[in-house]
Design a protein around this ligand. Structure first.
Ligand SMILES: Cc1cc2nc3c(=O)[nH]c(=O)nc-3n(C[C@H](O)[C@H](O)[C@H](O)COP(=O)(O)O)c2cc1C
Length: 212
């Protein structure tokens, strides 16, 4: 039987259809099928540099990444924190990272922006990865307590997400029917009118769309 879509067709199918948008943003998507191809250390470094150069509150740079490369101990430890649904596919990614935030300033005050800043760093990482032909997939489906044990029990260390990094692979490699179907799904988004507002409404009222 002819495959429904190969990796090249999927790449085009997943692109956000927005004229003028940066290619690396339009083409970023979160695959679950990964090619059996390693990530060059120089590319892994560049992806982490992109995270390093994100903006952050008071330039606190609260992001941290525990990096695991398939076959090493950190990879196995990060993989073990994932819920079974994620383990079913993410173990085939060549790199897994546990992204966490240090939510305290050097002066001991709490930093309420730490997770916001971590998210920005991960977004930059994703765009840089896309520009290199790689892909990332963030996962919130992991055991928080197990992740906390990995990064240290201090309460200011906040696990954010596990990130898979690698080259998108052949969707046919996903033998689970649900994973396969999700891999071929079109990417969808809420209309801009729902998220860009000119006035916020009363409680329960979504407000008025911004008029471009
Ligand atoms: C914080 C966060 C947690 C996520 N958790 C999971 C997860 O546990 N498992 C999974 O398969 N995908 C997970 N995703 C991926 C989202 O489902 C995906 O980003 C979303 O459907 C949009 O698809 P796209 O990234 O391909 O545009 C997560 C994404 C983010 C940002």
């Amino acid at each position: 039987m002819k495959p429904a879509m190969n990796a090249t067709e999927l790449h085009a199918h997943k692109k956000a259809d927005v004229e003028g948008m940066l290619e690396a943003i339009a083409h970023r998507w979160s695959p679950r099928a990964y090619a059996a191809r390693t990530v060059k250390p120089a590319d892994l470094k560049l992806v982490l540099e992109a995270a390093r150069w994100a903006a952050s509150s008071s330039n606190s740079q609260p992001w941290r990444f525990l990096v695991g490369v398939q076959g090493d101990a950190a990879f196995a430890r990060i993989a073990a924190t994932l819920v079974p649904f994620n383990q079913a596919w993410a173990l085939h990614a060549p790199v897994l990272m546990l992204a966490f935030a240090v939510a305290k300033t050097p002066h001991g005050r709490s930093n309420p922006y730490a997770l916001f800043d971590l998210g920005q760093a991960v977004a930059q990482m994703a765009v840089q990865a896309t520009a290199l032909g790689l892909a990332t997939h963030a996962m919130g489906g992991f055991d928080r307590e197990a992740a906390q044990r990995l990064i240290g029990a201090a309460e200011e260390f906040l696990p954010g997400a596990v990130i898979a990094l690698g080259y998108a692979g052949d969707p046919e490699s996903l033998t689970d029917a649900e994973l396969y179907a999700r891999e071929l799904d079109a990417r969808t988004r809420k209309p801009l009118a729902e998220i860009a507002l000119s006035e916020t409404g009363e409680t329960g009222d979504p407000g008025k769309p911004f008029a471009f």
